[in-house]
Design a binder for this molecule. Sequence first.
Ligand SMILES: Cc1cc2nc3c(=O)[nH]c(=O)nc-3n(C[C@H](O)[C@H](O)[C@H](O)COP(=O)(O)O)c2cc1C
Length: 315
Amino acid sequence: MKKTGIRMKYYLAPMMGYTDCYLRNLAENLYGNDIQTFSEMIVDKAIIYNESKTIGKHFLDNNKSAIQIAGSEPQEIKQAIKILNNIDIINHVNFNLGCPSSRVQENKLGLALTKEPELVADCLEALVKFKKEISVKCRLGLGLEEDKKYIDNYLSLFTKMGIKTVFVHCRNGILDLGTKQNRIIPKINYNLFLECQKNHPDLNLIPNGEINNIETINYLIKQKISNLMIGRQFSKDILFIEKIGLYDLKNKKISVLKFLSDIKLHKFPNINLIKKSIFTLLNNLTSSKSLRKDISNIQNLELLSSYFEETEIWT
Ligand SMILES: Cc1cc2nc3c(=O)[nH]c(=O)nc-3n(C[C@H](O)[C@H](O)[C@H](O)COP(=O)(O)O)c2cc1C
């Protein structure tokens, strides 16, 4: 249940090593249609050469997540999209144009691809062959300096290609700089994001980056922004929007039990990853430490469900 006067929508940002199928499923069980989740970045080649293993690894049958893909060869993206068009549970493809990691850079993926706007256009032409929802995720600029032209040109390109939804990590990305440094050195620039919104009113621009406290969220709401993409804060504390008074989760226990029972239907559930997602529920509780200890010692899903059934975690 929402507590703000306006209808908010939350987006769980794609995060490699964090937003696996379990954390996403937990979020979907807690927030229903008020959240859209995204898979970790998946390279198009993994879909082409190992479709069922890749989809099986990243998606539970009832995940409503978008799949985030990366690629830099239009023919391969086209092939991957052709495959994704035939998978019922895939309803939304997001294209990564922002990842600065060196491994990704070597293959001209993510942020590195944006050095070549014509190639980006060719890749997007392949992407738009997806028959359901499409979006992209990008940065505000390439390099340390503010570069309004970079983002403006890309937003114009997305418009031209018919891509309406754009998730904007509101800081530049710098190639040849580590991923961690890339989240520290280039500064968050919501002002430029707001300027982009004004200049591209036909696009649905969704901000991302350091949206992790009520002051920032209230500031964005004041700017009439009701869609927020949040990464690290959700991955630490999946209940944080409730804690800061933005959301009222009527019955967390029922949602968690539903999550655990859905997962039982999965062929090869990974108990350690399931526990990792469960830990995101326990942030800042007075009994966090003992709950974590108990849960760490549980070895199967049946016992995990019984534990949640019997323990009063949220009174
Ligand atoms: C560990 C980690 C992994 C990430 N993996 C991805 C990814 O696979 N795809 C992507 O587009 N962004 C990825 N990101 C970037 C996040 O989606 C997000 O843009 C960034 O963390 C800023 O948002 P935040 O301040 O809300 O965390 C990752 C970030 C982190 C910290």
